[in-house]
Design a protein around this ligand. Structure first.
Ligand SMILES: [Zn+2]
Length: 234
């Protein structure tokens, strides 16, 4: 059984704190087979991971978390940024034109300025024949969401939809990588994509992290990484 964490942020995200090599090292250390770096409206970290992956023995699917007019959207298997703030269906169709596919992250979750897709938005996509082919998954377990009820709602919504149900960490700090993991038959990125397309994936959930701890840890790491960025920019 392969293990994948498809929702990880790095310093290429405005809110991430981990470097790409650190993420790859950690993924290998905890036994993940496939990961995706999905920075907010930024793909450079993901492409860097794709390039470095063979050195770390982990497979990488290129990804991005796109800000759409209706909330966040994960897109995979694309290697360029898709314009932000567009209507959801337009965004999904663009991802499709680029040969990619999408997963709805932390549906219905709110808090801390986070904007998530509503059940209504997701259902509207699924009624659009073209867009429905591209939106193939829903993240029904997000290990680090601040909105504690959202996993429960996402699970209920997901159970009624013909979509792959994924579990992810949405890690913004190194320590939370792998707290939510999608299981699949096989172990390669190709096996994972195949399993997502047929919906044949399982979930491995670690205990949700305490929000206060995540925020504290994030703040500590963020201040550190801000210094690193300043040093690198100098
Ligand atoms: Zn995210």
């Amino acid at each position: 059984m392969g293990l994948a964490d498809l929702h990880i942020h790095t310093i290429y995200s405005y809110d991430g704190t981990a470097s790409v090599p650190a993420v790859l090292r950690r993924a290998k250390e905890i036994g993940l087979d496939v990961i995706a770096i999905t920075d907010h409206d930024e793909i450079a970290g993901s492409l860097k991971a794709l390039e470095l992956a063979p050195q770390y023995g982990v497979q990488v699917i290129p990804g991005i978390e796109i800000t759409t007019a209706e909330g966040d959207l994960l897109a995979f298997n694309i290697t360029q940024v898709v314009e932000r703030d567009l209507p959801l269906i337009d965004t999904i169709l663009k991802v499709g034109e680029l040969g990619g596919f999408c997963i709805a992250p932390h549906p219905m979750a709110g808090g801390l300025g986070m904007k998530s897709l509503s059940a209504y938005s997701i259902l509207r996509v699924l009624r659009n024949a073209k867009a429905a082919q591209i939106l193939i998954g829903i993240e029904t377990y997000n290990a680090t969401t601040i909105d504690k009820m959202s996993n429960h709602y996402a699970h209920i919504l997901g159970s009624r939809l013909d979509l792959a149900k994924t579990a992810s960490s949405d890690a913004h700090i190194i320590d939370t990588i792998g707290l939510g993991v999608t299981e699949f038959e096989g172990y390669t990125a190709q096996d994972l994509v195949k399993a997502l397309k047929t919906g044949d994936v399982g979930q491995r959930k670690q205990k949700e992290w305490n929000s206060a701890y995540i925020l504290g840890s994030w703040a500590t790491h963020y201040i550190g990484s801000a210094f690193t960025r300043l040093a690198n920019a100098a």
